[in-house]
Design a protein around this ligand. Sequence first.
Ligand code: G3H
Ligand code: 13P
Ligand code: ZN
Length: 312
Amino acid sequence: MALVTTTEMFRKAYDGGYAIGAFNVNNMEIVQGITEACREEHAPVILQVSKGARAYANHTYLIKLVEAAVIECPDIPIALHLDHGPDFATCKSCIDGGFTSVMIDASSKPFEENIAITREVVEYAHKYGVVVEAELGTLAGIEDDVNVSAEDSSYTRPEEVEEFVTRTGCDSLAIAIGTSHGAYKFKPGTIPQLRFDVLHECEKRLPGFPIVLHGASSVPQNFVQIINQYGGAMPGAIGIPEEQLREAARSAVCKINIDSDLRLAMTASIRQYMAEHPDHFDPRQYLKPARANIKELVRHKLVDVLGCNGKA
Ligand code: G3H
Ligand code: 13P
Ligand code: ZN
């Protein structure tokens, strides 16, 4: 199967009450860990690449790694998506360069400007059969080089979503309901709670339309504990409770973005390996368990959180 867009994936996910995992990829081991789990669990998957990933690994390497995964996993649908496209030029470069889906993130701009930028990307992308995710509302946390404080974040206003989707022609919409980017999503001592009322209001106003959740890592405490035990310092790292993500996956949320959890899985494994094998210096030795840890994490997400196993 060649790379696909997310259209069919989202239609089935919406009707079936599950969500597709969108996992960020930055190198070969991450691509392999994710796609091996998806292949074994017969799950469709979105591999997404940020501006930072393109700066780190280079567009061509990432495209070729994803193409290799498509060859190795011929039975599952794989979409290649630009995560947080900052402007038209970056989206165009990914559309021209073989991506099947792009996100234009103009959510920090005023409403009318967000619409105008998104509309421009949609017009170009649709000419080439590429789908577009847009965003309304602002998440807290760090994405690429933009750091949004909790005070500057804002929930999506449900009364704006219909007009935004109609005027932009976007294919899916990321909304802000209390998720945030990175490993420190809630202050220790507070009770993490997503705003399902905002989600359901958006859902009501956009029947049948796919909603996206960014910043949806759960920050597994076993990884945080291993990192801290083996020389790391990540006090107070807290994520979204998985029951709340499961609930979101049953709703109009068709795409759930996970990146920080992959990083934690990889880092925990490498830290532990290094501490236990101080004389080893072959990267294959410590990257092998790191890749296996990513694979098991992704399997858990597919089966126990997203519910998309067996849906390929
Ligand atoms: O939302 C941001 C993603 O986690 C990508 O992070 O910009 O560090 O690659 P990055
Ligand atoms: P996390 O930082 O919660 O993994 O979010 C990732 C994300 O939203 C990528 O766009
Ligand atoms: Zn994001």
